[in-house]
Design a protein around this ligand. Structure first.
Ligand SMILES: *Cc1c(COP(=O)(O)O)cnc(C)c1O
Length: 392
């Protein structure tokens, strides 16, 4: 059979056609009025997409570049920082903070779970300069309670809170300013529906003040320098210009989703991810499979434990070979134990129903056990029907 290549991965995600067209045709030089107009528009729209009054900057790098910037710009060597980790992306915070010689305190929760507010409260001491967390841990499919964590951090006058929302933005509701998030970070290849290569972040006034005194080395990711350039509608170095053209088209699309209102479009995009996630969870459970993060599942992706006796590597391979579907395996030591289906950005009802139908086939073949075809799809349809009825 014909196989369309489709991404179900938590980044990169399916590309928005109008953004692809915009990228393919964009050829302006970055020191021109044309680019400055595009750049200023993207920065203003991103503020609305993030939902903040704080300044938003964009870096030409993958998401990790902005994560690095949040460490190099906000810390000095020897600073005590607290990393909240429950997965591979949380562990990235530890490596980054160590690379910049921070004194790293770690609160970890087992893979597939999240932190209790009590534990976080106990570990937050006034000498912690920065706390780092993920909004959604893409390696396990867990969602962390950013609002509750922010409430605790805000009680500490000298502690900044940095949130890796690279898969969280566009799949999760945040009140960035109301909760007092000092830095919230996103990436272009997630809910913004364009290829990898841009990272963005919103930066609080407290964080800007911190940068006046911090001493960690930085050059390409010097946020104060980017801020100065952005004030003139420019970037400090050559930006990934075509990605900016794609980003502008993607933000227009989100605005259309909100009937001309970008904030409403962002909410619609989040609700879409929530719907696809709820349908996927119901389908997976109807097949008798177990969620890897059952207690706090993210809307960004659904991580599913490999059924007893089966290896998720074989499941992912089957998806790809038979249906052209790229489903993500577990990362590092979780490889073989789980597979991940994302519902981020340009992803809809038919994608959800299709991947569940394929999952029924794949599970039947990989486990050799009888599967009642249609059971996962049916469960998803029921969820859809109920949710649509209750929102009317
Ligand atoms: C994708 C992702 C990142 C960033 O990874 P890059 O490959 O650098 O773009 C960071 N954190 C989370 C939670 C992610 O999902």
């Amino acid at each position: 059979m014909l196989k369309k290549n489709r991404l179900f991965t938590p980044g990169p995600t399916p590309l928005l056609p109008s953004a692809q067209v915009a990228m393919a045709s964009y050829g302006a030089h970055h020191r021109t009025a044309d680019f400055r107009t595009l750049f200023a528009r993207v920065l203003a729209d991103l503020k609305e997409f993030v939902g903040t009054q704080n300044e938003v900057l964009v870096l030409s790098s993958s998401g990790t570049g902005f994560m690095e910037a949040s460490v190099s710009n906000l810390t000095s060597p020897g600073d005590k920082v607290l990393v909240l980790t429950a997965g591979k992306f949380g562990e990235r915070w530890i490596s980054l903070a160590e690379a910049f010689d921070c004194n790293v305190d770690v609160l970890s929760a087992p893979y597939g779970s999240t932190f209790s507010t009590e534990e976080v409260k106990k570990r937050l001491t006034p000498d912690i300069r920065c706390a780092y967390v993920q909004a959604t841990e893409s390696s396990t499919g867990a969602r962390h309670d950013v609002e509750a964590i922010a409430k605790l951090v805000r009680a500490m006058p000298d502690t900044l809170l940095v949130v890796d929302a690279i898969t969280g933005l566009g799949t999760t509701h945040f009140d960035v300013d109301g909760w007092g998030l000092d830095m919230i970070i996103g990436g272009s290849q997630k809910a913004l529906m364009i290829p990898p290569g841009l990272a963005y972040g919103a930066i609080s006034e407290r964080a800007w003040q911190r940068m006046e005194t911090t001493k960690s080395p930085r050059y390409y990711f010097d946020l104060r320098k980017e801020r100065k350039s952005a004030a003139k509608a420019e970037t400090a170095y050559t930006p990934a210009t075509s990605l900016f053209a794609g980003l502008a088209a993607a933000l227009d699309y989100v605005r259309q989703m909100g009937d001309g209102n970008l904030a409403a479009g962002r909410k619609a995009l989040v609700d879409n991810a929530e719907m696809c996630a709820a349908m996927t969870r119901a389908g997976v459970e109807a097949l008798g499979l177990k969620l890897f993060s059952p207690r706090a599942p993210a809307a960004a992706l659904t991580a599913v434990a490999a059924p007893a006796g089966a290896d998720s590597t074989a499941i992912c391979k089957r998806f790809r070979d038979q249906f052209g579907a790229v489903v993500a395996n577990g990362q590092a030591e979780m490889k073989g134990q789980l597979f991940r289906i994302a519902h981020i950005g340009y992803y809809d009802y038919l994608d959800t129903a299709g991947v569940l139908a394929a999952l029924e086939q794949v599970i039947a073949e990989v486990t050799g056990k009888a599967v009642e075809f249609g059971c996962a799809v049916k469960a998803a349809q029921e969820v859809y029907k109920q949710r649509v009825a209750s929102s009317e």
